[in-house]
Write a protein that binds this ligand. Sequence first.
Ligand code: PGA
Length: 260
Amino acid sequence: MRKALIAGNWKMHGSHELVQTLVEGIKKGANHYSDLDILLIPPFPYLERIHHTLAQTPLLLGAQNLYFGTQGAFTGEVSGAMLAEVGCKYVLIGYSERRTIFHEDLSLIAAKFKSAQEVNLIPILCVGETKAEREAGKTESIIHTQIESVVKLVGMSAFKQAVIAYEPVWAIGTGLTATPDQAQEVHAFIRRIFQNQVDLANTMRILYGGSVKADNAKTLFDMPDIDGGLIGGASLDAVSFLKICEGAKQAKESGALCTK
Ligand code: PGA
């Protein structure tokens, strides 16, 4: 059975003031949601401080990116070992902004995925199609390629310790959300990619991301193959982030999301 995961990706947003109000706000409300995994993904400079703030709470910490390898002459980069040392349990891999703005290609993303697992970080592999790709009927082939390139390097079983986030590029930060049916269709497709390993296909968590807000969260999480969300803009405000957690809780209570 799959435990719901709600992850807040702060992107390049943050300040000491925001960290203080946001983390305290989420901490206060999070005890209502002990059946969910709640994950905060702030920018690098705030990780260690937030790790200390989250001590004695079930809230989880993750990073937005890493470089492969453990150390070396890679100025400006951060290794998985460093992230683990400051309390991260998860790391985003292949987020669409990394693929487009920073030109991360399939082989680099696969290497990062492998490197995360080598230090026991759980990679959240982000996949998704652009608007043009969707309109050209290429959604499934794009997503298949994005997943297959990682499977080729690490093998399918490596996904037992991973999460996939389906994030249609056209829905990220645009206010356009995939309809629950559109998202469900892709989530079911992703699960079918793993169907040769039935247990893995049934237990792997697949998150939806792309303009998830308080008012659309529950209808998305009600879908059978959507196991939670990767939240951008709405994760920067404790009240709206907690309302999304509430959506997951309600979906779970109606039987759509499992917690064990
Ligand atoms: P958004 O971003 O919720 O602002 O669309 C999605 C994400 O960060 O994963």
